[in-house]
Design a protein around this ligand. Sequence first.
Ligand code: SF4
Length: 250
Amino acid sequence: MSERRAEIIELFSSIQGEGLLVGLRQAFLRFHGCNLACSYCDTRHGNLPGTALLEVTPGRRDFNPEQNPVALEKVVDTLNLWLRGWPGIHHSISITGGEPLINVEVLREWLPELQRLLPIYLETNGILYHVLEELIPNIDFISMDIKLPSSSGCTDLWEKHREFLQIASQKTVFVKMVICDATEDWEVMRAGELIADVDPAISCILQPMSCNDGTVGVRPLRMLELQEIAAGLLADVRVIPQTHKFIGQL
Ligand code: SF4
């Protein structure tokens, strides 16, 4: 087993609240750090916490603190306990962050070991395409963002997203875009064209931005208008809000 240690925030079991696999139970392995600074980000990117939190009983939030950086053995041992005690409940391991692909040295060694336990589902901001190219043999599902300038504050990522999606299309991939009230037609059109250039069958999720109270912060009619634009270019365009926000903490 790899002896490389990783900067981890937490390992817990929950329901996937976003995207194409919404509602499925996953083991979430959250890495520390990100290479972007989206305006809507709700993830802590400060200093690495001294301890990572590893859930003992899946979904029960009875966390054990573990000194950072964490050994792969600790993560595998926890997952093995879950798999033995609660067989069949987890669909996959969500490798999430932050941006997990900034941990390329760790993932190079960890993913083959984790993939022996469950399929690997990568949640990514979709720009580190060179890293994806190296790791993709050990990834099964990819949820990638296209960062729209209006909602994320990020600009000039279009070509990186294109390169990323081209590589990601070797596996089961879908694209997620966060929509806000200020999102303009051209942004969704440009993203739709980018996806269609790679493969018009790739699923596209329009995710309305959530308010702090968990409600959806974009007018319903606006979501329909933007879906109509994307659906003119792509076969599968879905409007899916962040379901975990209104279901409550799961
Ligand atoms: S890519 Fe994700 S984790 Fe990173 S800043 Fe943007 S929303 Fe936050």
